[in-house]
Design a protein around this ligand. Structure first.
Ligand SMILES: [Ca+2]
Ligand SMILES: [Ca+2]
Ligand SMILES: [Ca+2]
Length: 602
């Protein structure tokens, strides 16, 4: 539409004015769904201080954990680096920063020859302080205050399921693999199996979650014989975490059945989260971070591996703690890792665990099916239909962080390339761009994975998707071919001119300025039994926005049914048709992988 036509339409049919974009001063008033989240690993974002690269430790990589030539070790990023890039993030429209766990980790773990480092943050030994590789608690305060001064929120990544791997079992130490030993085969009241010596008389098991019952659990050697290195027996902080009775001690999870919540996550010591001592301890640990720093939310790691009753107590306690600290819109979202398209599985954890929100793995899956594998756009209809499954229904669905890829499962661009091996670099970029258009217009909270805005692709999941934004020295990162640029991972990549950075900045601006896109109800307008059109509407009291995308490599023209009283469409992005072709019908023409975001006028 031309500007003149838009103005004439606007003059003839004045639109309600969308509320002004929130400012720095009132960031606490914003709802979770108002945010644009950016997820990063502090170790891989920017290195603002090389003096802390070894975390104050002496020795080689196996002592300090620092080795930028190996993907599984610390590369040097830290809080000072993050602070000096706040302009970069704000320029992209980011309003909330979620970073991988900041807590002090066991620097290196793993059997001989299989060692890797805690650069990712998920192997915590001290839950009360920042890992020295990232800085001091004072650096954390500087970061949080600097973010808040800009009106940006800070979401911490927290873990209550496990600590670092400190507890060792005599029976399997040499093999470095400890198979899960079930309650049926290794009951609490016998040592080493049903025929063993009687221990723990009267202990009724972990399902009787009272202090009285857990007081009868006095010997942790029911499944395995504990054989922890004497030098590590007091390494955990707070000190209560050093009590081996507060762990399940049954060996490695197979991620099925009982072991899903009671097994060790690849050796990490699995906390007895049924014990009220652990519940209370974790409420204190994380409540203290809210009290001390006034942070704005938690992403909860491995949420599905903790018993629901733990979350039923922990989540409301954190919300109350935040409220008392003057943080009314504290956001809590759990990681319920899932590779299928199964909103029901995700929703279960909002219903049963009563988690306020979960990461929207279903969004990632729908985006991959549409843009990496070219499957029918009908999946998006099915997607919206299942929003009612969440506790709180559609209102909860609007608060789920949506994402295209992450540090565990890999980058969106990687899967788009894998699924379209003969596509040109231009087409791959168009597909990745359209994924971001969907993420910023679909219900939920758009969550950008660091580096995606610089065209990072990676080589797969986990360590292969954790490149540094600063110059890399890691061979498997250096040979990567990025999207939308001729640059490589050998140089720093904070380019505000990268086409994906620019697109995200534009989308963030549109979304932040639109009540409908942030908070609106969703209605599916059109989907197809093949790749092609997906159209949907977002409507809030002040406005309605209509979004249409073309997931196919061919141009399309389709008639789409909209509300009959819509008289015109003003473009927020893309070539919106100026007016309906008939009352209630708009004709949408889109190039391959094109999109329109249109504000309706009535
Ligand atoms: Ca550093
Ligand atoms: Ca567990
Ligand atoms: Ca590579």
């Amino acid at each position: 539409m031309t500007l003149a036509l838009f103005l004439s339409l606007a003059a003839a049919q004045p639109m309600a004015t969308a509320p002004a974009a929130p400012t720095a001063a009132d960031f606490r008033a914003r709802l979770p769904e108002d945010e644009v989240i950016y997820f990063l690993l502090p170790d891989r974002f920017d290195n603002g201080d090389t003096r802390n690269d070894r975390g104050g430790l002496k020795g080689g990589p196996l002592e300090t954990g620092f080795d930028p030539t190996r993907k599984g070790f610390y590369h040097g990023g830290d809080l000072k680096g993050l602070v000096r890039r706040l302009d970069y993030l704000q320029g992209m429209g980011v309003t909330a920063i979620w970073f991988a766990p900041i807590f002090k980790n066991k620097p290196v773990q793993g059997g001989k020859g299989q060692e890797s480092a805690g650069y990712h943050g998920y192997w915590v030994t001290d839950f009360t302080r920042v890992d020295p590789h990232f800085g001091e608690n004072g650096d954390f305060k500087t970061f949080v205050d600097a973010a808040h001064a800009r009106g940006m929120k800070v979401y911490m990544d927290i873990i209550t399921n496990h600590t670092a791997d400190v507890i060792k079992f005599a029976e399997c130490e040499a093999a470095n693999a400890c198979p899960y030993r079930s309650i049926a085969d290794y009951p609490y009241q016998r040592r080493g199996g049903v025929g063993g010596k009687a221990i723990n008389p009267g202990f009724l098991g972990e399902t009787v979650r009272t202090a009285e019952n857990f007081a009868r659990l006095t010997d942790p050697n029911y499944a395995y014989t504990l054989n922890t290195d004497a030098r590590e027996r007091n390494v955990k902080v707070p000190a209560w975490l050093n009590d081996p009775l507060l762990y399940h001690n049954r060996g490695d999870s197979t991620f099925t059945g009982e072991s899903s919540t009671q097994g060790d996550f690849v050796g990490l010591d699995d906390l007895m989260t049924e014990n009220p001592r652990v519940v209370q301890g974790m409420i204190e640990v994380y409540g203290s971070w809210i009290d001390r720093f006034g942070i704005d939310g938690f992403r909860i790691d491995t949420a599905r591996h903790v018993n629901p009753e733990f979350w039923q107590q922990f989540a409301p306690a954190m919300l109350a703690r935040a409220k008392a600290r003057g943080i009314p819109n504290f956001h809590i979202f759990g990681e319920v890792a899932n590779d299928d398209f199964s909103p029901g599985f995700l929703a279960k954890h909002t219903v049963e665990d009563k988690l306020p929100a979960v990461l929207d793995f279903a969004f990632k899956q729908a985006a991959l099916r549409s843009l990496a594998s070219g499957q029918p756009t009908e999946i998006w209809r099915e997607f919206l239909n299942q929003d009612v499954l969440y506790a709180g229904g559609k209102a909860t669905a609007r608060q789920l962080p949506t994402f295209l890829g992450n540090h565990d499962q890999g980058r969106f661009a990687y899967y788009v390339r894998e699924g379209n091996k003969n596509a040109s670099p231009e087409e791959l970029l168009e597909r990745v761009k359209l994924g971001h258009v969907l993420m910023f217009t679909w219900r939920g909270v758009p969550t950008v994975y660091y580096g995606d805005e610089q065209g990072f692709v990676g080589d797969g999941g986990d360590q292969d998707s954790r490149e540094t934004m600063f110059p890399s020295k890691t061979a498997v990162y250096l040979d990567n071919k990025l999207l939308g640029t001729t640059r490589t991972n050998a140089v720093a990549n904070f380019e505000t001119g990268h086409p994906l950075y620019r697109l995200i900045a534009e989308l963030a601006k549109i979304r932040t300025g639109s009540e409908a896109l942030r908070r609106g109800d969703s209605r599916l307008l059109a989907a197809e039994d093949k790749a092609g059109l997906l159209a949907f509407s977002r409507s809030a009291p002040s406005e309605e926005v209509i979004v249409a995308v073309n997931t196919s490599a061919q141009p399309i023209t389709r008639n789409v049914a909209i509300a009959a009283d819509i008289s015109g469409l003003a473009s927020l992005s893309g070539p919106c048709p100026a007016a309906p072709v008939a009352p209630g019908t708009v004709r949408i023409t889109l190039p391959a992988f094109g999109h329109v975001i249109c504000r309706a006028a009535r």
